[in-house]
Write a protein that binds this ligand. Sequence first.
Ligand code: ATP
Length: 390
Amino acid sequence: MRLAIYGGSFNPPHLGHTAAIRAVQAAARPDAVLVIPAATPPHKALAENSPSAEERFTLSRLAFGALPGVTVSDLELRRAGKSYSADTVRALRAQYPEAELCCIVGTDMLETFEEWHDFAYILREAALYALAREPDELERVQTAAARLRAEYGARVTVIDTPPLPVSSTQIRLLLRRRGGAEFLHPAAYAHIIRGRLYGAQPSFDWLREQAYPRLKPRRVAHVWGCEHEARRLAERWGCDADLAAEAGILHDITKKLELSDQLLLSDKYGIINDTVETANLKLLHAKTGAALARDLYGVPDAVYDAIRWHTTARADMTTLEKVLYLADYIEPTREFPGVDRLRELAYADLDKAMVLGLEMSLEDLRADGITPHPNTMNALAWYKHRGETT
Ligand code: ATP
């Protein structure tokens, strides 16, 4: 049996790793590839604020678990101390005495192989499959391979497949700038965003792809309009326009759910609804939507609160909460008597716009015989009072 061992930090695992696995499978036809995330990598210190080893293991399972012939192993997670590859090779040799063991390494690891703990033991027990990480690195790989062969009798096979040139370091940087998704398995990316690992911010395209299928088709134009109106209002009133856009994209993600599903979600997230809320389906989606957005997409508190209060409003709102409340009201697809006045006011005086928006909303509720939520009454009283005292 030929067993390929692929160790690394996988912080996070990326499509460059996947390409390397596929190249090894195509060139060397191993019976199995074992991906082994290091608990405590001995070669490079983990970047600050890296997720736990368990989290990197979960990410690796999401990234590689479905590849045929690949198993993600927790062998190094179960071992205390530094995760030396020599110890891993020793454990696998004991488990599979007859197996042909081979370690997969990229340029950087091959060139520094003699720094590995007990590297001579590894070279005795295992062959190496070496791959370039950048398109112009093949010569470096061949030189390092030739040296290890000549000096230590190492069995090194250079796999001459064009690499996917990407590194975990680059991806961590991209994730913080709403990029990186293109280099990650979709399930790994979703997990990173959910936990906002690496300080990741979601790509807006990705967030729309998540949100839109949750909407009734006719609401998509409204949500698109709300995202962009919220961004413009945030820029006008000096709050974070990217967070406003996140709130705009996600604010209605549970709106199409029936009462039974709203109540199931309420139960799941420990939301307690009062009688006015349970009598009015529209009021539930602000609470369940905020909870779902936090659970699935890791939204920060400011976005959670904006979604939470976008329907009833409340007294003493943050600027972002007011921005979403008004964007929802005045985005370009909205048409009702008085909308132009409200649009004008939203850019001229945010608190006065709140008063007008709340008054219009209460008028509509009364006309439809719906009991207004006390939070809406409190909000109106608050902003009216502010208008009188400022
Ligand atoms: P870093 O950004 O810290 O360099 P990394 O992208 O190298 O991280 P690791 O988990 O350290 O990720 O890499 C595990 C193994 O995969 C190493 O042997 C490395 O050389 C190899 N490797 C990483 N990226 C690629 C790639 N794009 N193509 C081929 N091999 C790669």
